[in-house]
Design a binder for this molecule. Structure first.
Ligand SMILES: Cc1ncc(COP(=O)(O)O)c(C=O)c1O
Length: 419
């Protein structure tokens, strides 16, 4: 019989296998200094394009002050216990009420983490008789939530309305046999490529197929819509989203998350969300910090305006210089280049070492083989000068990619990796 760890020691998994070449630089890099447009990486100044601090709240002086006061007043323990048992407070309730009002829903409930909260929300919403229909490009938290589901599930092609309808038809037939209902799950913004979920088209199918819609709006909350209430507001369908989900990890620059919807649905979830029933309540310092952040989201539209000024300057500049930024409809700015993984590594190294640009790199198996995705997140803290420097750097690295410089530089690495 094998030792359980034999496999783990031999095979570190699709990303882990790159550890010896990548760790500390391409993965698990240590970006130092105060969270901002310019930070330090391995002692060098870099313009950071890989932090989801959309509105620049992470290091805003008013936020830092409130966070520090909350830590001083409450410490990191309070309140102790799960919400249901001993971890419930007025401020948790106040934050929920304010979040619900902000996203135009009757009620909201706090989650300790977005990932776990989403897994648990999906788990709580369905029984084995229900059918889940969801986008094939969904975030891991949706995929893992669906994994817990004991009944049928169907994936549809990414944002493809024909595929959605075909799968709804199958789900409807199935639900008629089981006596269950249908849950459709989409993201408000797909975080890798930046496309919005086609919520308006999905919602239009509600009359024909009787389903409920759950939307993960991690990247839309605070960035999209007239008031910043997200992708549903942007597309004019917020009322048709039955369960709205967002995390505090992006535009709120914190930790925690929430779901919002009709009161009776949230009341049900409150008593059935295992991630909250069997876990300690969200710490008070995070609750107090979230109240302040939400207040700034509501009252400082200039943060969102500055964000979009930077997004537009970056995305238009890239397009004008002939870069392929795909079909993004959000702040997430992908730049697609053709090349191997070793070439991508040489390119990113050049960007960091010689141009002082820090952005995340995404390669196969997350995207198709032969493509390199440089994923950039503009924020309200960036300046137009940052954008200009970055565009110039991108033009230079593209030339070097095309003329084979990175291929030559990475030949030894490629040979060692058997690429
Ligand atoms: C689309 C999406 N959903 C959920 C999450 C998870 O949120 P959290 O970081 O709060 O666990 C993320 C990433 O943070 C995300 O991008």
């Amino acid at each position: 019989m094998k030792d359980l760890f034999d496999r783990i020691i031999k095979n570190k998994g699709p990303l882990g296998k790159w550890a010896s070449q990548a760790e500390g630089y391409f993965v698990f890099p240590k970006i130092e200094g105060e969270i901002s447009n310019r930070m330090k990486f391995q002692g060098k100044d870099v313009i950071t394009w890989s932090i989801n601090d959309y509105l620049g709240l992470a290091n805003h002086p008013e936020i830092r002050k409130v966070d520090a006061e909350a830590a001083a007043n409450y410490g990191s323990a309070y309140p102790m216990g799960a919400r249901m048992m001993s971890g419930h407070t007025d401020l948790h309730e106040q934050l929920q009420d304010e979040l619900a009002a902000f996203v135009n829903k009757e009620a909201a409930y706090l989650l300790n983490f977005g990932y776990q909260g989403m897994v648990s929300t999906i788990d709580a919403l369905v029984t084995k008789d229900d059918i889940i229909v969801y986008d094939v490009d969904s975030h891991a938290c949706i995929i893992d939530g669906v994994r817990l589901h004991m009944g049928k599930r169907f994936t549809y092609k990414h944002n493809d309305i024909e595929s959605i309808e075909k799968n709804l038809e199958r789900a409807k037939n199935m639900a008629e046999q089981t006596g269950g209902g249908i849950l459709v799950i989409s993201e408000g913004v797909f975080g890798m490529r930046g496309e919005q979920g086609i919520l308006k088209d999905i919602v239009a199918l509600k009359k024909k197929y009787n389903f409920r819609l759950l939307v993960d709006d991690a990247h839309g909350f605070g960035t999209l819509g007239k008031t910043g209430a997200g992708a549903g507001e942007e597309q004019g369908v917020q009322d048709d989203i039955d369960v709205y989900f967002a995390t505090f990890a992006k535009s709120m620059a914190s930790t925690g998350a929430f779901i919002a919807g009709d009161k009776e649905v949230i009341d049900y979830l409150k008593y059935n969300l295992r991630s909250q029933m069997f876990a300690k309540s969200l710490q008070m310092q995070l609750v107090v910090g979230a109240l302040k952040r939400l207040d700034m989201l509501r009252t400082m539209p200039e943060l969102r305006e500055k964000l979009w000024e930077n997004v537009n300057a970056l995305q238009n500049g890239l397009k004008e210089r002939g870069f392929d930024i795909g079909t993004t409809q959000s702040c997430v700015t992908p730049v697609y280049l053709k090349g191997s993984i070793p070439e991508a590594m040489a390119l990113v190294k050049d960007l960091r070492e010689n141009y002082g640009i820090f952005c995340s790199i995404v390669v196969y198996p997350v995207i198709p083989k032969g493509l390199i995705l440089l994923r950039m997140i503009p924020t309200a803290t960036h300046t137009l000068e940052d954008v200009k420097d970055t565009l110039d750097a991108f033009s230079a690295i593209r030339d070097r990619l095309v003329n084979g410089t990175y291929k030559r530089l990475s030949a030894a690495v490629a040979a060692a990796m058997g690429e």
